[in-house]
Design a protein around this ligand. Structure first.
Ligand code: ATP
Length: 433
């Protein structure tokens, strides 16, 4: 038996399909060991190690899902893909939920099998993904974040569509980038689209591309983001904002693994992993008729929930240190430390804007701080904002001091109903001082 070749375990009870797969894999320089039942597959797994397993769903003594679970428990490094009957998306989804890294439907297309095998071999040769110092990091020592890092490492090995939920600023895009960076598609592109930021009439052309002249304004051929993400990952942020009509086309693209640019007749095959995210409750959007149930089912094969910062305030000190270092880097200065009172104030803050809000607070504090460390007052959080004794802010028509030389900052701040520091900040920002 050749030992330098990659080894695949192929499980199917139809011997002619086994033979076909064996020959096809042999052409890809892969040696296939075959099995016709769950029991036989389990026995083969004890005899040698494999780089890939392909299994059919229906087997005489059980089903492929059982085998996927067995491999997940006993041989977690071995990538398994499910062979499904054509168009049977339900078993594909079930298999991926059970831990299969991908699926291929019968009759098996050569091109698709090649992609699948290439991804599997990358996985088995790079167990666990390599950590790269320059790669983004998901910080936080809380048990919730530790679990998320583990889940991300696992999801990175799969090709299953992932739906990331969580409030704004909880790190949904960061999680998507990590899933991409730690997986076999890491050498391919990571393409992100904020679906809420694009006018409804342009979103389809953005996603699928268009041909010159296909609509007013289409002055040249344009590649869509699906094509741009070929071999990599497409991240659809705020996916709930997609118009219903585009949702239909997106569903088709996922099902067919192909897209049709506007103004063309031919579908182009695409090999893209889809990760989507929303801060909305998509179940509720489905109930309200604003999001298609069938699309939700396809994009939400695996759900990853990013917890809000207020549920894991123990993560704040490490995150704050890291963010302060990043802020200091941008301005080429030394990072400012936080006083214990400032840290305690942060721990009590509810952070509706989560990590992004923490970053903004620290950026502002760094800009305003006049000492060598950030004090609670520098954070300008509601409970620390100095209480002003001034009455309501003056109307717009309030007289402006005629001569800047006569400005009295303390008086001006009082009249405006803000602290002197805050006035100073605004004046500097506006370039008035
Ligand atoms: N755990 C974390 N470790 C390090 N940085 C984080 C973490 N979580 C979030 N961030 C940082 O916070 C900022 C916001 O994160 P990100 O854009 O991923 O959030 P989001 O949930 O996608 O936000 P939105 O819903 O508004 O699009 C980014 O600068 C990101 O790097």
């Amino acid at each position: 038996m050749p030992t330098d070749k990659a080894q695949a375990l192929v499980v199917d009870d139809e011997t002619d399909i086994l033979e076909l797969l064996r020959i096809t894999l042999a052409r890809m320089e892969i040696h296939a060991v075959t099995a016709t039942s769950v029991a036989e597959a389990r026995a083969r797994l004890t005899e040698q190690s494999f780089d890939l397993c392909l299994t059919d769903m229906k087997l005489p003594d059980g089903n492929g899902i059982e085998l996927i679970r067995h491999i997940g428990a006993r041989h977690p490094e071995l990538p398994v893909a499910m062979i499904t009957a054509y168009g049977n998306m339900d078993s594909a989804v079930e298999a991926m939920k059970a831990g299969a890294f991908d699926f291929v439907s019968k009759p098996v297309e050569l091109q698709r099998l090649r992609q699948l095998v290439a991804a599997a071999l990358k996985l088995s040769h790079r167990p666990g993904g390599e950590s790269d110092a320059a790669a983004p990091q998901l910080l936080g020592a809380s048990p919730a974040m530790a679990r998320i890092r583990q889940l991300i490492a696992k999801l990175a090995r799969s090709q299953a569509p992932v739906f990331v939920t969580g409030e704004s600023g909880t790190g949904k895009e960061l999680a998507a980038r990590l899933i991409h960076a730690q997986g076999p598609r890491c050498d391919g592109p990571f393409v992100a689209l904020n679906c809420g930021a694009i006018p409804h009439d342009l979103v389809e052309s953005e996603l699928f591309g268009h041909k010159k002249g296909s609509f007013t304004g289409a002055s040249s051929d344009k590649q869509g983001l699906f094509q741009a993400a070929e071999g990599g990952t497409l991240f659809l942020d705020e996916v709930a904002e997609l118009p219903l009509q585009t949702q239909v086309k997106l569903l088709r693209a996922i099902q067919e693994k192909a897209v049709r640019p506007i103004g063309t007749q031919r579908e182009q095959p695409v090999d893209v992993r889809l990760i989507s995210a929303s801060h909305r409750d998509l179940n509720a959007e489905v109930e309200r008729g604003r999001f298609r149930q069938d699309l939700f089912y396809r994009i939400n094969v695996i759900e990853l929930r990013m917890p809000p910062l207020r549920e894991r305030s123990e993560d704040i000190p490490a995150l704050a240190d890291w963010l302060l270092a990043r802020i200091a880097d941008k301005t080429a200065t030394a990072p400012l430390p936080l006083s214990p009172e400032a840290l305690a104030t942060l721990a009590r803050h509810p952070f509706p804007g989560n990590v992004r809000e923490l970053e903004n607070i620290l950026e502002r504090a760094t800009a305003l701080c006049e000492h060598s460390r950030i004090e609670a007052a520098d954070l300008y959080l509601p409970e620390t904002t100095p209480v002003t004794t001034a009455p309501a802010p003056p109307p717009d028509s309030a007289p402006v001091p005629p001569d800047p030389m006569q400005w009295d900052h303390a008086a001006a701040a009082r009249r405006l109903g803000m602290s002197q520091r805050s006035l100073h900040y605004r004046l500097t920002r506006l370039g008035i001082e």
